[in-house]
Design a protein around this ligand. Sequence first.
Ligand SMILES: NC(=O)C1=CN([C@@H]2O[C@H](COP(=O)(O)OP(=O)(O)OC[C@H]3O[C@@H](n4cnc5c(N)ncnc54)[C@H](OP(=O)(O)O)[C@@H]3O)[C@@H](O)[C@H]2O)C=CC1
Ligand SMILES: CC(C)(CO)C(=O)C(=O)O
Length: 299
Amino acid sequence: MKLAIIGGGAVGLLAAFYLGREHDVTVVTRTAQQRDLLRKNGVCLMKEGQEEGVRLVKAAAFFEKHEYLKHDLWVVALKQTMLPAFFKEWRHCAKLPDMLFVQNGIGHLEEAKKYFRASAILGGVITHGAMKVDGNVVLHRGQGALTVGALGSRSDLICRLLSEDSQFPVREADDLERLLKRKLLTNLVVNPLTALYGERNGELLKRESWRENAYQLFLEGAAALDLGRDEWEQVVRVMEATAGNESSMLQDIKRGKETEVDAITGYLLKQGAKNGVDMPLTAFVHRSIAGLERRGENG
Ligand SMILES: NC(=O)C1=CN([C@@H]2O[C@H](COP(=O)(O)OP(=O)(O)OC[C@H]3O[C@@H](n4cnc5c(N)ncnc54)[C@H](OP(=O)(O)O)[C@@H]3O)[C@@H](O)[C@H]2O)C=CC1
Ligand SMILES: CC(C)(CO)C(=O)C(=O)O
């Protein structure tokens, strides 16, 4: 398939490297500078400090629309915070490719369906850990999977994406909504706490007091999402598998970027209010992250 990966960040570069084994991949970057770097050097994948390989890919800058408008599928690897601008840019375009959104969070798929009625909208859940270290270099810091499902009726695109690649398996979701909820629960626990403590994912399990905080936060999220306490096991599994990764929220805080806190704790607080679930810990971490972003402050 001809895939355009929109966003050459951590996840975009990771997906380009692995999906590029089987598909014809174009990475769509925000800047011409990154486009040129990728055209010249390809995507370089690192694991445990070692270079694993280089994948030659096509690259286009976001404004060069003709370069990727006719592809079979767009894999949208932008942050939640970038989606409003993405929707605004394309909402009036009549014929667009089908799209796979891989963001953490939930509500964006319904939003995409509203804007892009003619395109199939797929949702993807990524449990890999990844960090971009340069415009064309990504560190694969935790083995997971990409699990894909369709919003509404099943799309044959999913079959074409499925892969047994042991380092980057692509699986089909039985129940996309439930999968997104479970991932959200993981992100509720891992992302804000690692961002507050300034530590990698695995540290949350190593210290008894942090593990207890993580569990108490998990209980609030599980209640708000109407998921069982047994989900804790899968949250722990992701923390173990991505133990050496810095969560995407910690990476954002370190770089002084806006985080996805509204799509994670913000969304859950609304869900809790709707379902009559008291969420004092979630409110605490939400305000704490907003404070680290220095929202509403002058400094
Ligand atoms: N990192 C991880 O380990 C994981 C991340 N996720 C989720 O995946 C999603 C993506 O995260 P991640 O890759 O870490 O984020 P990054 O911030 O690393 O990547 C986002 C990329 O989008 C680019 N971008 C912004 N605007 C445009 C535009 N108009 N056109 C093209 N590119 C654009 C940015 O470019 P520039 O840098 O030039 O501004 C940046 O490279 C998030 O929802 C995250 O929560 C899920 C699982 C794991
Ligand atoms: C899977 C995990 C927790 C990896 O760090 C993630 O989703 C993120 O960092 O946003």
